[in-house]
Design a protein around this ligand. Structure first.
Ligand SMILES: [Zn+2]
Length: 262
């Protein structure tokens, strides 16, 4: 009986070792397959030093999608009057039709981002179609401004985690939507902007709506009076000296807290 005890201990140890090896041989290849499929091997980080420095604790980035449109120039006039800079995520084929508006926005210090060439829904497209639309949008912008856009906003905010890892783009989402695409009511949009105004906010708007332009030009002087400053997305993201990553969507950037992604 005495000799059985060490034998059973050995058996137990052997069983544990076999179990561990089994687990390792199952989990490790599985992780490698997942890493390969999602290409989640880090593709480098970039420290943005392209923005303005000295941005304070009450900074907001207004972002305008889907233009240029009939109302973009009215918006640009107002922004010039208040000496405010914003970010436009333009659609490539619209930019080609109205290059002078995009050039004006760029020359007046606004950031021009890419919103794809044809407002492609990534959820309904394959990766090659997505890449093509992104590249065509970039080219359209570069031909007007002479500069390749660095930032991308996915139409509808639709982008999957696996797609993100396959696209070499700095994605910008938003911390607050004004729902201006849904409700064309200047008072409603104005109230949404005022409610969502906070440090680090990236606010989603559309310069394709007259009511949005009216609401924004009403909100800006009031928020300036409250001590807010309006900055471009790159300024906001570079404010804390954060490293940002391609394939990561950013939605906010609080003072001294770093860029927030999801
Ligand atoms: Zn859009």
């Amino acid at each position: 009986m005495q000799s059985l005890i060490p034998m059973s201990k050995n058996k137990n140890n052997n069983r544990k070792r076999a179990k561990l090896l089994n687990t390792l041989f199952t989990v490790v290849p599985l992780l490698l397959i997942i890493a390969f499929l999602s290409r989640c091997i880090p593709d480098g980080t970039v420290r943005l030093n392209i923005g303005k420095s000295g941005i304070g604790e009450k900074a907001i980035a207004l972002t305008f999608d889907d233009g240029p449109s009939d109302y973009t120039e009215e918006l640009l006039d107002g922004l010039l009057e208040y000496e405010v800079t914003v970010t436009f995520f333009v659609i490539g084929n619209k930019a080609e039709k109205r290059p002078e508006i995009v050039k004006r926005a760029y020359d007046e210090g606004h950031l021009i981002g890419n919103h794809t060439y044809n407002h492609l829904d990534f959820f309904e497209s394959d990766i090659d179609e997505i890449k093509e639309s992104i590249e065509k949008g970039e080219t359209a912008i570069e031909e007007i401004t002479g500069k390749k856009p660095l930032f991308l906003r996915a139409p509808y905010g639709h982008v999957g985690i696996f797609q993100l890892k396959k696209l070499d783009s700095f994605f910008i989402h938003w911390s607050a939507s004004t729902y201006d695409w849904y409700k064309e009511d200047a008072d409603f949009v104005y109230n949404r902007i005022m409610d969502e105004a906070k440090d680090g906010a990236i606010i989603l708007l559309h310069d394709t709506k007259k009511t949005t332009v009216e609401a924004v030009l009403r909100a800006i002087p009031e928020l300036l009076d409250q001590g807010y400053e309006f900055v471009r997305v790159d300024d906001l993201l570079s404010r804390n000296g954060d490293r940002i990553r391609m394939g990561t969507p950013y939605r906010s950037c609080k003072y001294n807290r770093g860029a927030i992604s999801f």
